[in-house]
Design a protein around this ligand. Sequence first.
Ligand SMILES: Nc1nc2c(c(=O)[nH]1)N[C@H]1C(S)=C(S)[C@@H](COP(=O)(O)OP(=O)(O)OC[C@H]3O[C@@H](n4cnc5c(=O)[nH]c(N)nc54)[C@H](O)[C@@H]3O)O[C@H]1N2
Ligand SMILES: Nc1nc2c(c(=O)[nH]1)N[C@H]1C(S)=C(S)[C@@H](COP(=O)(O)OP(=O)(O)OC[C@H]3O[C@@H](n4cnc5c(=O)[nH]c(N)nc54)[C@H](O)[C@@H]3O)O[C@H]1N2
Ligand SMILES: [Mo]
Length: 680
Amino acid sequence: MTEVLRAQPEIERPVEPRRIEQVATACPLDCPDACSLTVEVRDGRAGLLTGSARNPSTADFICGKVRRFAEHVYAPERLLSPGLRRGAKGEGSFEPISWDAALDLLAERLRRTAERHGGEAILPLSYGGSNGLLTQDTTDARLFSRLGASRLARTVCAAPSSRAARGLYGKMAGVALDDYVHARLIVVWGANPPVSGVHLVPRIDEARRRGARLVVVDPRRTQLAKRADLHLALRPGSDLALALAIHRWLFENGRADWGFLERHAHGAAELRRRAAPWTLARAAAATGLAAADVERLCELYAESSPAVVRTGWGMERNRNGGSAIAAAIALPAVAGKFGVRGGGYTMSNSGAFVPDAAAASAAQTPPTRVVNMNRLGRVLVGEEPPPISLLFVYNANPLATLPNQELVRRGLERDDLFTVVFDQVMTDTARWADLVLPATTFLEHSDVVRGYGSMAIFRNRPVIPAVGEARPNVEVFGDLVRRLGLARAGDPETADELAAAILPEPMRAALDRDGIAYPVTGPAPVQFVDSFPLTPDRKIHLVPEELDREAPHGLYGFAADPASERFPLALLSPATGRTISSTLGELHRDTVALEIHPDDAAARGIGGGERVRVWNELGSVETLARLSADLRPGVVLLPKGLWSHNTLSGTTANAVAPDTLADLGGGACFNDARVEVERV
Ligand SMILES: Nc1nc2c(c(=O)[nH]1)N[C@H]1C(S)=C(S)[C@@H](COP(=O)(O)OP(=O)(O)OC[C@H]3O[C@@H](n4cnc5c(=O)[nH]c(N)nc54)[C@H](O)[C@@H]3O)O[C@H]1N2
Ligand SMILES: Nc1nc2c(c(=O)[nH]1)N[C@H]1C(S)=C(S)[C@@H](COP(=O)(O)OP(=O)(O)OC[C@H]3O[C@@H](n4cnc5c(=O)[nH]c(N)nc54)[C@H](O)[C@@H]3O)O[C@H]1N2
Ligand SMILES: [Mo]
C-alpha cells in the first residue's frame, strides 16, 4: 500500500487504567432511519456502535453495517494524509504531502482553471456520502458558486420521486414509521425495507399481528414478498401500467372518492382520461402479471382502510420512473385513503421538517451551466461541452456509482483533467485522482443529522479525535475560500455558525441543549388531518402542467421496455445489506455473483458457480453465476455499490447501466440496463 494509506505507528498507551466511555451520536449514512447511536470509546478509540433510545423510532436495534463502522474508521484503506499522484492515473499511488501544500496547490489550480477556461471548467461532483447537513451545501457551495463553477444536478437517486412528489403534493410529510401499525393494508412498492430501511419491518410485523394485509410489488421475491399476502412480480419498469390500471378500476367501479377529490385535488378528470386505456388485460400484458392478481390488488386497496403505500426508489430508476411514482402516490387521493392515522403514502420526508441548506445556497448561486451527474462520462469525454478541466469529487464515489462506467473511466483517464478526490478511504474513484484529500468520518466531526424517514434531528459532536490528518468538509472548503480571496465579511465559518444559519431558532436551541430535537412533538402528523400539500394553493395537482411538459410522453405516458432480441434480460442493481451505496465497500471483499433465474441459466447452459459474462453495447462484467428462483424469469441481478474488487473483471453493474434519463427530474435509469449473459 502507498504511504497515504500506511497505518500510523502505534502510539504507546498506558495499559491501566483504561478510559472507557459511552458517547452518544447519530448515524448520518444515506438511509431513511437516522438511528441514534452509542459508541464505545476506549482511550480515544471507537469500538462497537450500538443503538440508543434517543430516537424512539430506532431504539430497538441498528443494522450490522453500522455496528462495525469502526472497522471503516480504522480500515487499512483509510486516507491518512493528502497525497499527490506519482504513477499513472488509476494506479492509486500517491506521495504524501502536507495539508498546507495540498491546499496551496489546489487553490492555485482552481484559480488558474477559472482564469484560463472560465469557472464552468470546474465541476464539483458530490452526492450522498453523508446525510449530514453540514457536509454538503455549506462552505463547499460557497467556494464553487464564488468561482462560478458548473453546477451539479444531483439526479443519481430520488430525482424522479422528488419531482413527482413536489408536483403533486409539494413536500407533504409522509405516513410516519410508527403509524404503520395502524394500517389494515400495507403496499410495499419497489422498496426493500429489510435491507434498506430496517425499522419499518417490525412495524409491518406488528400491523400484521393486528390483522393487516401486506402486498409487495417487486420483480423479485424479496424476503418481505415471501411473507406477503400478495406478491406482484411485475416486469421492471412497468409499474406505471399497474398503477394506471388501479386508477381506471377505481374510477370505473365507483370507488373513486369524488367528495375528497373535489375538495382537495385538481386534475381528477384528466387523470381518469389518461388511465382509461389501462384495462386489466392491457396492464397484465404490459406488466407480465395475471389480470386476476391486478384485480385482487384493486379490490384489496378499495376495501381496506387505513391503507398505506410505501414507495421505494427501486421503481423510479427507469424510463417511466417519475410517472410511475406520481401514479402510485395519486392512489390514496383517488381512493380516499387519506385522513386516517396509518393511511396515505410514505416516500421521503427530506425537506418536510428540516430546511435543506441546498435551498439557501441555490438562491445565491450564479446561473452557470448545469451538469446532470448521470451524464458525467459524456461530459468528461467532451461529448457535452464546454469541457471540464478540474473535477472535484467529495461525498461520492462516481466510478462505482454512476451509470455508463466505461465512459466515466475514460473521462478520468484524460491527461488534461485534474481530479481531486476528497474522501475517507481509497475508493475506486480516488485511485484515478491527481490529488487525494483525507476526510473525517461522522465520529470525528461536528454535524447536524436527520434521516428522511424517522422524525428526529441530531447535533453530532466529535466522538473521537480525527484519524491521521483527516479534516472535515466544512473546514477544508472554508480554507480554500480564504486562500482564493473569496471570503466575505459575515460568512458563517464554524460548524456552530453554519448550523445556526440553517436551523430555525427553537430547533437550534433544542439541539444545542439536548443534542436532539423533534420537529414534531406528540403524535405524528396525519395526512389531510394535520399535514396538507405544500403546493401554492394547498391542493393536490394530479396532473401538474410542469410535469406534463417535462415528461417526453407526457405525464403518465408509458414508454415500452427497452429490451431487444440481442439484449433480452433486464439487469437490476438494488441495495444490499453489505454496503450503503458504495460506502463500506472496502470491508466487503468477496466476489459477488450475478443472480440469474434457473430457466434463463439453463437456456444458456450456465450452472451455478460458473464464470459468466454479462454485457451490452456499453460494457461488460465478468463474475460468477448464482441461480435464484426468487427472480422473475428474464431478470438478472448484480447489486449496486460494488467496488472493482467484487467482480472478476473489475467492472460492476454500472458498466452495463445506460446513462439515459428518466421521464422526470433527469433521474438515473440503472434498472433499464438490458443485457445478455454467457458462460465464459
Ligand atoms: N447500478 C446502480 N448504481 C447505483 C444505484 C443503483 O440502484 N444501481 N443507486 C444509486 C444510489 S441510490 C445512490 S444514493 C448513489 C450514491 O452514490 P455516491 O454518493 O457516489 O455513493 P456513496 O457510496 O454514498 O459515496 C459516498 C462517498 O462519500 C464519502 N464520504 C462520506 N462522508 C463524507 C464526508 O463527510 N466528507 C467527504 N469528503 N466524503 C465523505 C464516503 O467515504 C464514500 O466513499 O449510487 C447510485 N448508484
Ligand atoms: N443496507 C443498505 N441500505 C440502504 C442503501 C444501501 O445501499 N444499503 N441505500 C440507501 C439509499 S441511497 C437508498 S436510495 C435506499 C434505496 O432503497 P430501496 O427503495 O429499497 O431501493 P432499491 O434497493 O434500489 O430497490 C428496492 C426494490 O425495488 C425492486 N425493483 C427494481 N426495479 C423495480 C421496478 O421497476 N419496479 C418495482 N416495483 N420494483 C423494482 C428491487 O428488486 C428491490 O427489491 O436505501 C437506502 N438504504
Ligand atoms: Mo440513494
